[in-house]
Design a protein around this ligand. Structure first.
Ligand code: PMP
Length: 400
């Protein structure tokens, strides 16, 4: 089936111009089958999960647990006990920071990188409210790749965790996470990977990577909003205290003492977004039917095609040129404010992101306040890339 026709939003117009949606890093669009499943669930199968003996509650529970198995297969986890549903990447990282962080002590160190999204910075800072946790930050090289020598030199006997993004949401850099993990493991240090920008663009196998924690969001992978996943190594999840308390996560409750449910439910307090989780399966279906290889090939072609034309524009500065980078082009044009450019592109129907992209420390390291970001998904086309380039060439003379 044709890819674009599965995404009704791609037919809409903005200011009378066809929408060219290039903010896929922030969220991807949703194929009809996902929304159909949400509607079907609400109209036929809305009953709380893991509670009722009645049929539709069983059906809803089965759908949620099927989705868990689907996610397990998708990232090749060993067991569904290692798949915890969250609200998104942000909540998944907060879970690890609060719960695994609970096991840390004053003076312990965590290694991050300068290219992290705020979601992989602030939760670790919050941990520092209760104890003295030192954050060590790996710098980048001029092409936006990670300085691996600096990484190695930051590991020491106080390092308790390494937490890095798989793919930078600004530079597009694909970090050598397998190497990062092997290095940390040689010193018995666990590694958390923020996979928000990776899972829908490349094959991710958590066993092959040997990751200890891996976080991602459904809404960036053609699924519904409000659903995310934390993969965690069973051995670590077992020693971690619960993150939130409430229904679903208990075994037995008295006012004196409460015991926890088995994994993964120990970390899933309250009613989950079981409708979203069921529909998330359809997003994964879309990725698997389209195939990651095809997604990667289309995105890579658009990245090469568009970047080659952009570098010809006088005053153009693109941030991030690491080999094998993802289809994310962050840029500024000399003398032009990123916000003004974003507005003029929008007037021509082109949706790009402007600002600091939730990566203020990276903006600081790059010596900028913000930039424009165009990012591609599998439904984008060369024709759309041309429309973006035309809009850019029309807007720039008005601003320079
Ligand atoms: N990490 C990275 C690298 C991201 O790009 C994003 C989303 N922009 C997040 C974390 C946060 O994801 P969410 O808002 O879905 O929790």
């Amino acid at each position: 089936m044709d890819i674009r026709s599965q995404f009704p939003i791609l037919k809409r117009e903005v200011y009378g111009k066809p929408l060219v949606y290039l903010d896929n890093t922030a969220t991807s669009q949703t194929p009809r089958r996902v929304v159909d499943e949400i509607e079907r669930m609400y109209f036929t199968t809305k009953a709380n999960v893991h509670r009722g003996v009645f049929s539709i509650s069983q059906e809803a529970t089965d759908l949620q647990e099927q989705a868990r198995e689907r996610v397990r297969q998708f990232i090749n986890a060993r067991s569904t006990k290692e798949i915890i549903f969250t609200r998104g990447t942000t909540e998944a990282i907060n879970l690890v920071a609060a719960s695994y962080g609970d096991l840390m002590e004053n003076g312990d160190e965590i290694i991050l990188t300068v290219m992290e999204h705020h979601a992989n910075i602030v939760p670790w800072q919050l941990l520092g409210r209760h104890k003295r946790i030192i954050l060590r930050v790996v710098p980048i090289r001029p092409d936006g790749s990670l300085d691996m020598e600096a990484y190695r030199s930051l590991i020491n006997e106080r390092t308790r965790l390494v937490s890095v993004c798989h793919v930078s949401n600004v530079l597009g850099t694909v970090n050598p996470v397998k190497e990062i993990i092997a290095e940390a493991h040689s010193r018995s240090i666990p590694v958390m990977i923020d996979g928000a920008q990776a899972v829908s663009h490349m094959k991710v196998d958590v066993q092959d990577l040997d990751a200890d924690f891996y976080a991602f969001s459904s809404h960036k992978m053609y699924g519904p909003t409000g659903v995310g996943v934390l993969y965690g190594r069973e051995r670590l999840l077992n020693i971690m205290p619960p993150y939130q308390g409430g229904g679903e996560m208990i075994d037995h409750v008295t006012f004196e003492r409460t015991t926890w449910a088995e994994l993964p439910f120990k970390f899933e307090a309250g009613t989950p977004d079981f409708v979203g989780i069921a529909a998330y399966q359809k997003g994964i279906d879309f990725i698997e039917e389209t195939t990651i290889d095809r997604i990667a090939a289309v995105e890579h072609d658009l990245l090469e095609y568009t970047s080659a034309k952009m570098v010809e524009i006088p005053g153009m500065h693109i941030y991030g040129s690491a080999p094998g980078k993802a289809a994310i082009i962050s840029f500024n044009v000399e003398g032009v404010h990123h916000y003004d450019l974003g507005m003029l592109l929008d007037k021509q129907g082109v949706a790009v992101r402007t600002g600091h992209h939730c990566a203020q420390p990276l903006m600081h390291a790059l010596g900028i306040e913000g930039c424009v970001r165009a990012s591609f998904a599998v439904y984008n086309t060369r024709d759309e890339a041309d429309r973006f380039l035309t809009a850019l060439n029309r807007a720039l003379p008005l601003l320079q």
